[in-house]
Design a protein around this ligand. Structure first.
Ligand code: NAP
Length: 222
């Protein structure tokens, strides 16, 4: 086994959810993780009284087959650097260690079996991603295991999303989708990658250690 793979697997063993009652999973590609993601996770933790929020970088997103994304060990390390100072935050490499495409339903099932039966699980991600939910696999398993929290960017019309979901999801699923507006989500990973490519500053858009890592590794330079 290559050293990189071995390290990712060792990382996964850190997750211990026994006795933890309210858990958030922050799902995203995190290419790179930014302040908007951190503010979102903290707002949901606070608003929903979560005991822990685990950031779960996507391994191989099924909808990004054609797109180039930064290698998983680099996205994992940036996520670690960004979250390390918040005692309520953690990182899981479960999707990075899983072969094949990353399906959120599999991730939710994985965490469910680590948790007590009376505990609650919240899967937090971008509203844009949730608007594509009909293309996601195993929706029954997903909704059986968690409540979805959709973080919207400023300017996003919550009613548009609510109407769309109402027209496309069963009532029992609809009750398990919550929308939260996060002003800091004006920051986006795409914009950060573009800024680096154009030589523009990303200071304060990402945590400083992440900024330094991006430059040191030469990420997004082209
Ligand atoms: P994406 O297409 O890269 O992002 C969609 C939008 O959501 C972007 O605007 C993105 O902003 C935002 N976003 C992504 N993660 C976020 C988060 N945790 N909090 C707030 N905003 C977020 O989507 P993605 O990151 O690849 O996927 C999001 C999650 O959905 C992942 O966990 C992924 O595995 C899951 N997903 C599952 C399936 C499936 O099960 N079949 C299919 C698609 C996605 P930024 O670019 O700034 O992050």
């Amino acid at each position: 086994m290559r050293m990189q793979e071995e390290q990712l697997i060792l990382h996964q063993e850190d997750v211990d959810l026994a006795g933890v009652k309210r858990v958030g999973l922050m799902g995203g590609t995190f290419d790179p993780v930014h302040q908007g993601h951190l503010v979102t996770a903290e707002a949901v933790r606070n608003g929903f009284q979560l005991d822990k929020v685990l950031f779960v970088p996507s391994g191989q997103p099924p909808h990004k087959r054609e797109k180039l994304i930064t290698p998983k060990e680099k996205r994992l390390l940036m996520t670690e650097l960004a979250t390390v100072t918040n005692p309520y935050f953690g990182v899981s490499a479960v999707e990075l260690n899983r072969a094949g495409f990353s399906y959120s339903a599999d991730t939710v099932s994985y965490f469910r079996q680590l948790m007590d039966v009376d505990s609650e699980l919240f899967f937090i991600t971008g509203a844009d991603a949730i608007l594509e939910i009909l293309t996601w696999k195993k929706l029954d398993d997903l909704f059986a295991g968690c409540t979805l929290v959709a973080a919207t960017r400023p300017g996003f019309q919550p009613k548009v999303m609510a109407d769309w979901l109402e027209g496309h999801l069963k009532q029992e699923f609809l009750e398990k989708v919550i929308t939260i507006e996060v002003p800091a989500m004006a920051i986006s990973s795409t914009d950060i990658r573009d800024r680096v490519a154009m030589g523009r500053s990303i200071k304060y858009l990402v945590p400083e250690p992440v900024e330094q890592y991006i430059y040191k590794q030469g990420l997004y330079a082209e």
